[in-house]
Design a protein around this ligand. Sequence first.
Ligand code: HPA
Ligand code: ZN
Length: 337
Amino acid sequence: MHEYLKALPKAELHLHIEGSLEPELMFALAKRNKIELKYKSVQEIKSAYQFNNLQSFLDIYYAGAGVLIEEQDFYDLAMAYFKKCQEDNVTHAELFFDPQTHTDRGVAFGTVISGLHRAMKDAKSQFQISSLLIMCFLRHLPEEMALETLKQATPYLDKIVAVGLDSSEVGHPPEKFERVFAKARELGLMTVAHAGEEGPPDYIWQALNLLKVKRVDHGVRCLEDSELVAHLRKESVPLTVCPLSNVKLCVFPDLTKHNLKKLLDEGLNVSINSDDPAYFGGYMLQNYEETQIALGLGVGDMATIAKNSFRSSFLSEGEKEVWEAKIDTLASRYLKL
Ligand code: HPA
Ligand code: ZN
């Protein structure tokens, strides 16, 4: 199974690039930018990564992102992630980035996007990994600030495929961002949103009906609403599930209790993703492997999950078909073994 899961072409649809900042790189960038960190060693950072909910993680995550200052820092961050993609056979990645985390500290929007974009170009030419950028709004901040961020993005719209919504979910429902999402759609951007990670099923309905999202990020709480499940199945709405993240943030007590198999059995369009791998202890392959083992998933299930990841991506129909066919060929070889 290990060899098969590694060989499976995979698309990552739920990855916060700031969440791929490994403690080693955090330390190196702090030194390069002469920033004082709260921690004295990589080991000390790692032992601080004990979370009991989303907020306890976000506090540490935003502090960590404070070492990212120069264009080269964003390039190094993204290149380190793409190297992991190459190891795990992630052939396509759609990266979330949080501009407000950086612009609020005085880092220019252009600095962030040019560093990320340069790495994306190099990942394509050096590793044949395709990638797209999704700009997330921080939902704990007012919608006016999201509108301002969308304005700042205007010169770079050709480098952004969609907008998303992340940060503290409970108390910040999707309806708070209805106007900025409408504006983003008018500008030709696609929309996605985190919903139903810690928030109730109603937040998933809002993301679908008010923000017109193409995908729901997480969405694991949908099972509490059977009407919602029927709707998600009928429309084949992608749920970008992040198993190791969910365990680290105590959404499920352990992986064997994760509801991903139930979501699949309900006929929902589920993919596996890593979310913030530097903080949650595993990149894509580890998420695939640990979930497969914990839930006893078969060769066919894992092929379905990998095919869902491409089908739910923002690649062209032609590109999706190529990857899905490759997965079918590989899976049929392993099914015969
Ligand atoms: N949920 C919400 N916001 C986030 C996350 C997440 O898992 N990761 C980074 N920002
Ligand atoms: Zn996320």
